[in-house]
Design a binder for this molecule. Structure first.
Ligand code: MN
Length: 231
């Protein structure tokens, strides 16, 4: 097939111990998956079902980058998250079979134009301008599921300019990784390349140009993002 013009190549995430990278297909994000974060956002958690938004693969960048402070916001926030990388086709999978569909895990940031997300929310509009922000899906190198082991009580944390801001454990996830995969696979034919950001703990906050964000989850490669000058 010939194309009228070249798009940039498919973005991909390095994998620890692998020469090849994990190409990014889709990026699904779970909203309000830690009770303490939902509370700080002034919302009660819906324990009946999870909900989602998406980020475009074109919004992805890798850990270590310097990303410009984006246009259209005065309240750009960090959100530290566990990313799940799908490794096998998954459609309508039961919870008991969901973990077999995981390729690996990684640290991710769900950078957010909080002012726009909140006004979109207040007006019952989609969250795209708040969430699907260029350079806002930040990924650290992935670790294969077998090397990571079970998602359990690993610590998830984020510091801003060396000061700890988010500090929780993965036991605080309201919807577990297999529950999310099972539920989401009722609506999408998940496949390798699909990533799920599982939500952020409490402690989100704003950044300014020059800030350095460093995040980590026990057993995974750390993540780092520097905020560059405003666009
Ligand atoms: Mn998030």
């Amino acid at each position: 097939m010939s194309y009228l013009f070249d798009l940039s190549p498919v973005p991909a995430i390095p994998v620890a111990g692998e020469a090849a990278s994990y190409p990014i297909g889709r990026i699904f994000c779970v909203g309000r998956n830690y009770a303490a974060h939902a509370a700080e956002m002034g919302i009660e958690v819906d324990r009946e079902k999870p909900f989602y938004f998406t980020k475009s693969p074109a919004s992805a960048i890798l850990s270590g980058a310097t990303a410009p402070y984006p246009s259209g916001t005065d309240n750009y926030h960090y959100e530290m998250e566990l990313a799940v990388a799908i490794g096998a086709p998954a459609f309508k999978v039961p919870v008991s079979e969901a973990l077999a569909k995981v390729y690996g895990y990684g640290c991710a940031l769900d950078m957010t134009r909080r002012d726009l997300q909140l006004s979109e929310r207040a007006h019952q509009r989609p969250w795209d301008l708040g969430k699907d922000v260029e350079n806002s899906a930040v990924f650290a190198p992935l670790t294969k599921a077998a090397d990571f082991g079970e998602v359990a009580a690993q610590r998830i944390h984020l510091s801003l300019n060396g000061e700890i801001r988010q500090d929780a454990t993965l036991t605080e996830l309201i919807w577990s990784v297999p529950e999310i995969i099972s539920h989401l696979s009722g609506f999408y034919h998940l496949k390798p390349g699909d990533l799920i950001l599982t939500g952020t703990p409490a402690g989100v906050g704003a950044v300014v140009p020059g800030d350095v964000i460093i995040g980590g989850i026990d057993g995974l490669e750390p993540i780092r993002l520097t905020i560059g000058p405003a666009e």
